[in-house]
Ligand binder design. Sequence first.
Ligand SMILES: Cc1ncc(COP(=O)(O)O)c(C=O)c1O
Length: 440
Amino acid sequence: MIRASPSPPSNRLPRPMTQPWWQHDSHTVLDDDILIDGHSLTQLARQHGTPLYVYSRETVQRQLRKMQTALAAVRMPHRIYYAMKSNRHPGVLRAIRDLGDVGIDTCSPREVELALAAGFAPEEISFNAGMLSTAELAYLAASGVHCTLDTLSGLRRYAALVPAGTAVGLRFNPGVRVGYGDNPKMAYGDSKFGFEPDGLEQILETVAALGLRVDAVHMHIGWGLTQNSVPQVAKAFSRLAEIGRQIDGLKYINVGGGLGARYVEADQPLELSSWATLIAEILGPLGATIWCEPGTFVSASSGMLVVEANTTEARRGVTWLGVNAGFAINPNPSMYGIALTALALQQPRAEAAHAYTIAGNINESGDIWGRDMMLPLIQEGELVAFFPAGAYGSSMASDHCLRGKASEVMLETIAFPIPAIQNVLAIAEQGLPGAGSCAA
Ligand SMILES: Cc1ncc(COP(=O)(O)O)c(C=O)c1O
């Protein structure tokens, strides 16, 4: 644990402004800094160095509460399993553990180990992955976690390792291509995942012959579902309902993850209320408990990545901005074409009037954060923050080019009252309280 950063000097108090699109309840935007849950990102960067991931515990819990509320509002019995593949920082897992009533979704034995170490009981952990070795299946069989499988090979080898009557989930491919924008990498319609629904009869015969029992059907159709994908999501839910109706003793319907976040201003993620209504209308009549596995929705907006600009240079008509982190720290832009929004951390209110192509420090031509990213004029040595950076950033990091890891900090909320505007002058004269803590 480290002590909180001191409160911001009075000349940096918040003043009325049009709220930037990316600002949420944990953000305070100052003239020369961004606070997360009351902590100065600039000071954290000075303290821990860059590149630095900063996560908001408050945001992780708020996102989960929103999801619980949305499902309760449509009266769906449910259980949420947070997909730890999106962010497995111990502070994130602790935030979820402390919230209670939320489980963890895992996709490898080591993720199961980490979930257990974080204090989740086996019955609070779900497992969902394919292409598993027999040794991995043996680990899962012994662990007691609920497994969802999507190959006959996996079912056969798993059945040989567990007592007769063990319950399993079956993952299906509802054959709907949908995901973030038109990005084909984000839609899993013809990917490696899931049984084909038209093989259901044979799959169920095999499961019965193996002595297993199906208690759950599952789908996960794409990353970053958008509001205009409602018709396809409805279609996928309908196909899952059709499958579920043919399974005796079905207890759970797992709709996977896929709820997104705003990565750029134009994004319109699938709204929680639309998602919950579709679940209630299409899957509700089956009478099963809804399981879901959100990753991005929970972790993305909890995180900022702070980097340092080291190079500005115009070449061939392009203004390049070099920063001290690349795809080894966050592969989303280069691997999946998902742009994050770049913010000038030390001048976040300044007009973003300059187009930069932001490049990382990995010796690969594809190490680009984004082209024509709009920022104020940036000086070498200035801090830049990428948002949202909480999902699939550090969890997918590599050590390519031996650039090392980013530091990571999970913030606890500082008891730092953001003053009402009319009180600002009075409080500024007296000084502000700044007690609180954050955990590295
Ligand atoms: C099976 C499964 N469930 C849940 C998730 C979490 O997805 P998201 O981050 O889109 O919510 C993933 C991510 O790839 C997944 O593969």
